[in-house]
Design a protein around this ligand. Structure first.
Ligand code: M6R
Length: 606
């Protein structure tokens, strides 16, 4: 959370910073600010609210003709969203932007107060700025190094020192930061989309490395040694990180799912069987080693994990736990040597998931990460990594990342089933073929777009809604419910359909809307009974089922029919419908679809 950028080169820094921040706004949008060198001083403007407020304020006032500066877009942790808590935080000697949380900030603040420092904001970040200011005696690298020894917590800092015009200093610890090189211009940023309009040449900073960025190049200081970055080329394009005519990123990303699925799955099939050797460097023998699996993730990624648990247990007959990462850490999980811990994350930076990964590694068990962002902390630290190829996901609400995570979990389940002799090659080939067929059918779920838009008009003023499902449909309902509440602010709950009668059915009265996800043929009779139970209490049911399912029309208000796939593949088409329900409801209610309130795309604090 929080987006950081730094620029030094030949262009107008203010424009570059605003442009880059617009690509990072998904990381937080409580406030925005910039600092740039202007003659022999540092000029800072910051303001509460969206980046547009900052741009407006700059336009209305003064735009310095500077070619070096830093910028920040904030997701508030310490101190409310306000002008004063916005970054950059300036002292007499420097200006600093921060992403992360400084855990011992109160102790540092107390000792800095004794030295005469006063604080304008409630942030931990201003404490870091004052600490570095107090340690600075002419050498920025030395001041940062000494500060690192005192700071506990997570940070990436980008700093301008007043007496070093044209130069940017930066460092990181448990928060992401990259450097990038263009032609005679250099960048620091939290994430790749910020630099794509200018260059695709970037390098990841390692933990606690300190970097000096000047118009002549970049030097990385690591302990006593200094070296140039080892660059890689981003395979994401500017177009992928832009809306390309779509009204919202979320809509664009929903529509990108069929292609993202193909990109992720096709390279991992050889001779009709799942194959992870060439693409992911995972030897075939790997899959034979485990007799327990623990899937750990947060939010949407955890919902993908719930589907994965079902698939792995069903096909490979290996017991699987699926945990919310923030719970996993603190319940002292039983991790035996034959356990495989699978971490799932789009960003690869989610603090809770990263902490769970570190715990698993401390306990000496094997870790496998399913990650979208290459080079992210989780992808670097896990023993094995399978990268999903969704491309950049910008909307805060995760859509295509979920689908590609599912697709990998299908392949993993089939691979485990084969490796552990639960299924023979022909059976696995049939399943893999089924997966490819399901992916080909995903555009048909998108065809329901207009029908969904029409039906959900009645959700404009809704307060509550319930999702019901059984088995895989329950996992899917959890995702549908999260998506809807996240972007439309409607209170909704997902229930295992059979569980409703144990309490929650008391909330079902006349006209209460229920989305009944009933795509599992094997569970259909039971599901129909549960739908009848809510119907007879007056619920208004939107049914989601297979094309061919024969269901009494008396029990639903409207029915959305999905392509008739094998039960196990229905989540791939079902989720698209749930995403579209959430999307259209949010648009109808005039919500900020891509940047829902209080949220950030990448949750790098615990
Ligand atoms: O980057 P990650 O996949 O680790 O993020 C996990 C969750 O924060 C994320 O899925 C969140 O729940 C989404 N905003 C939901 O749409």
């Amino acid at each position: 959370m929080c987006g950081i950028v730094g620029y030094t080169g030949k262009r107008q820094a203010v424009q570059v910073l605003l442009n880059a921040l617009s690509s990072l706004e998904y990381r937080g949008y409580d406030s925005a600010g910039i600092s740039v060198f202007e003659q022999d001083t540092i000029f800072t403007v910051k303001t509460k609210g969206r980046l547009q407020n900052l741009a407006d304020r700059l336009k209305a006032g003064h735009i310095p003709a500077s070619s070096c500066g830093i910028g920040h877009t904030r997701w508030a942790t310490h101190g409310e969203p306000s002008d004063v808590n916005a970054h950059p935080h300036a002292t007499a000697k420097l200006s600093l932007v921060h992403n992360g949380i400084i855990e011992n900030y109160q102790a540092l603040k107390n000792s800095l107060a004794v030295k005469g420092y006063t604080f304008l904001s409630q942030t931990d970040s201003e404490v870091a700025a004052c600490l570095i200011d107090s340690l600075y005696e002419g050498d920025p690298i030395e001041a940062i190094r000494q500060a690192q020894q005192q700071i506990e917590g997570a940070y990436s800092f980008t700093i301008l020192f007043k007496h070093h015009p044209g130069e940017i200093y930066a460092t990181r610890c448990s928060s992401p930061l990259i450097v990038a090189a263009g032609e005679g211009e250099y960048f620091v940023a939290s994430d790749i989309p910020a630099i794509l309009p200018y260059t695709r040449k970037y390098a990841l900073l390692k933990e606690k490395e300190i970097v000096k960025v000047t118009p002549d190049g970049i030097v990385i200081y690591e302990g006593e040694t200094a070296h140039e970055p080892v660059y890689q080329t981003a395979n994401w394009t500017v177009e992928q990180a832009q809306k390309n005519g779509y009204e919202h990123f979320m809509r664009k990303e929903i529509y990108e799912q069929p292609q993202a699925l193909k990109n992720t799955v096709h390279p991992r099939i050889a001779d009709g069987l799942p194959a992870f050797e060439a693409q992911d460097n995972i030897p075939d023998g790997f899959w034979k080693r485990f007799s327990r699996i623990s899937i750990v993730a947060c939010g949407t990624a955890m919902h993908a994990g719930m589907v994965g648990r079902n698939l792995i247990e069903r096909f490979a007959r290996i017991p699987v736990d699926c945990d919310i990462a923030s719970e996993f850490r603190y319940r002292d999980p039983i991790l035996t040597k034959d356990t495989l811990v699978i971490l799932i994350s789009q960003s690869g930076e989610t603090a809770d998931t990263l902490a769970a990964l570190r715990l698993a590694k401390e306990r000496g068990v094997t870790t496998l990460a399913i990650v979208n962002v290459a080079g992210s902390s989780i992808s670097r630290e896990a023993d094995y990594v399978i990268h999903t190829y969704a491309g950049p996901e910008i909307a805060v609400a995760s859509t295509k990342a979920y689908s590609v995570q599912l697709s990998i979990l299908y392949l993993v389940a089939f691979k485990l089933a084969f490796a552990q002799n639960q299924l023979c090659a022909d059976e696995v080939r049939k399943l893999t073929g089924g997966l490819l067929h399901a992916i080909d059918q995903t555009p048909r779920a998108l065809f329901l777009d207009e029908e969904i838009k029409g039906y959900i008009r009645r959700y404009e003023t809704l307060k509550d809604l319930f999702f019901l499902g059984r088995g895989l449909d329950y996992a899917l309902s959890m995702e549908g419910s999260l998506k809807l509440k996240e972007i439309s602010y409607i209170h909704c709950e997902a229930y295992a359909a059979g569980e409703l009668k144990h309490g929650t059915i008391s909330l079902i009265t006349d006209h209460v809307p229920v989305v009944a996800v009933a795509t599992q043929q094997a569970l259909l009779p039971k599901m129909v009974s549960n739908i009848k139970e809510v119907c007879s209490r007056g619920a208004q049911v939107l049914l989601i089922c297979k094309e061919g399912a024969s269901i009494d029309p008396e029990i639903y208000d409207h029915c959305l029919r999905l392509p008739d796939l094998e039960d196990c593949f229905m989540p791939l088409v079902g989720v698209i419908v749930l995403q579209l329900i959430a999307y259209h409801t949010a648009v109808l209610r005039k919500c900020d679809v891509d940047k829902p309130r209080n949220l950030a795309k990448s949750v790098t604090v615990e």
